[in-house]
Design a protein around this ligand. Structure first.
Ligand SMILES: Cc1cc2nc3c(=O)[nH]c(=O)nc-3n(C[C@H](O)[C@H](O)[C@H](O)COP(=O)(O)OP(=O)(O)OC[C@H]3O[C@@H](n4cnc5c(N)ncnc54)[C@H](O)[C@@H]3O)c2cc1C
Length: 405
């Protein structure tokens, strides 16, 4: 008999939410992470309205609203030509008592970990997974190292790789790496940035297009400031993202706002594995979720939303596999099928919108949004490539194509 039904490797939002969904359906789960919690995770700390709605349907939102966070209702966009517009963040569901939320990951991930423990998930942190156990090519457990170097191993009917961009589960189960689909993000916290009004700010300096610079207000006096940029643009333009961020903050448009600002710690850099609806993300005895499956929206660089969505679908598929006692590739195929059906169109659209992010198109869209407040919500969706109904995709693309000319 295996030790567990499922072993989830990685306790970021993808891993904890998979564990919570599965445990609530009777799956016996072991959740492992190499860090000790609470732990920091380099991030912009922003939860989209869709992520907030997912956490609400998981019953976690009320708890999240009790820990330190910043509710955000609006985004201000700044074009390369200096025009700007402030638009409301579209709510996914009127019954959800929040739109966007900025919550530092040290707090968010710890809360999700606590909820998983309350749901009966067995948690072992400070345990680095070093290998995947297989039987006839099917994943059937893990081996690892506890803090202090003690070797451990556990068996399970199925292994979930929720271990981020460098997923050991994906690598050991020989999943393709898709290195061409990556973006780079850098971020630092700053104190005393002038003019922060509780909105998310998205700046599009021409030098980093189609990337952008974000300002996310945290509940402390600090602002999470960062830059995201596709990897091919970084390579082609020989761009150094940390320098690009510093240059953007020293530009005439932003310099005054940073006149008294103090940078807290180093500017840190991380990889965003961006999504395309073509990836291989499961096999015999295993599935990949969140960044391990490479699900970051290419346009907005939002990775938490799809991490939580993949967790919901994975939790359901794991429960079904346990009921049927089948864990091979065919039994788990419903996972990628359902996932790509749900998020594939928005990933595809994100990639196409990114390609259309020219200074002219951005300027036109921002001016159009300020002239037509009733359209501002979906123009905002185009600018960030998020929260758009997929059935209107072609309409949106022809609209932006028109402006890009
Ligand atoms: C600079 C930056 C800014 C970002 N800003 C945003 C933002 O504002 N909003 C947003 O939605 N997304 C943002 N993202 C993306 C977001 O951080 C990720 O998409 C999200 O964290 C994915 O969650 P996850 O659970 O899949 O992986 P992770 O959060 O990376 O969690 C993976 C976990 O696996 C553990 N792990 C890894 N390897 C092992 C191992 N061998 N053994 C045991 N444990 C292991 C790690 O310790 C970690 O806890 C940003 C990313 C970066 C780099």
């Amino acid at each position: 008999m295996p030790d567990y039904d499922a072993i989830v490797v990685g306790a970021g939002p993808a891993g904890t939410c998979t564990a919570i969904h599965a445990a609530r359906q009777g799956v016996q789960v072991l959740l492992l992470d190499q860090s000790t919690f609470p732990r920091e995770k380099m991030c912009g700390d922003a939860l989209s309205s869709l992520a907030v709605a997912e956490l609400n349907s998981l019953g976690i939102l009320p708890r999240l609203l009790e820990i330190p966070h910043t509710p955000v209702q609006k985004i201000t966009y700044y074009s390369p030509d200096g025009s700007s517009v402030t638009v409301p963040i579209l709510k996914m569901d009127d019954a959800v008592p929040a739109t966007g939320i900025i919550c530092r990951r040290v707090l968010l991930d710890n809360l999700l970990m606590e909820v998983a423990a309350e749901e009966g998930v067995e948690i072992v942190d400070w345990c680095r997974v070093t290998g995947i156990l297989t039987k006839n090519g099917q994943a059937c457990g893990i081996e690892g190292e506890r803090g202090g170097g003690r070797k451990v191993s556990w068996t399970a009917k199925v292994v979930v790789g929720a271990d981020g961009n460098e997923s050991i589960v994906g690598r050991q189960m020989k999943m393709p790496r898709y290195r061409e689909y990556r973006a780079l993000a850098v971020r630092a916290y700053y104190r005393q940035v002038l003019g922060i009004r509780g909105n998310i700010e998205v700046h599009f300096p021409e030098e980093v297009l189609p990337g952008y610079v974000w300002f996310h207000p945290t509940e402390t006096s600090q602002t999470n400031v960062g830059l995201t940029i596709p990897m091919d643009v970084v390579k082609q333009g020989n761009i150094k993202p940390k320098h690009a961020l510093r240059r953007a903050l020293e530009s005439p448009k932003l310099k005054e706002r940073f006149a008294f600002a103090e940078q807290m710690g180093e500017i840190e850099a991380g990889i965003l594995p961006v999504g395309t609806p073509v990836k291989e993300i499961h096999g015999d005895g295993f599935i990949l979720v969140g960044d391990a499956a490479g699900l970051v929206n290419p346009c907005s660089s939002d990775g938490i939303t799809n991490a939580i969505i993949s967790a919901r679908i994975a939790g359901d598929v794991l429960a079904k596999a346990c009921r049927g006692n089948l864990f091979d590739e065919a039994a788990l195929r419903e996972y990628p099928y359902t996932l790509w059906k749900e998020i594939g169109p928005s990933l595809e659209m994100g990639g196409r919108l990114l390609g259309l992010r020219t200074p002219k198109a951005i300027g036109s869209l921002i001016r159009s949004a300020s002239r037509r407040p009733h359209n501002a919500g979906w123009i905002s969706g185009i600018l960030l490539g998020s929260a758009l109904p997929s059935e209107d995709l072609e309409d949106f693309l022809s609209y932006i194509n028109f402006f890009a000319k």
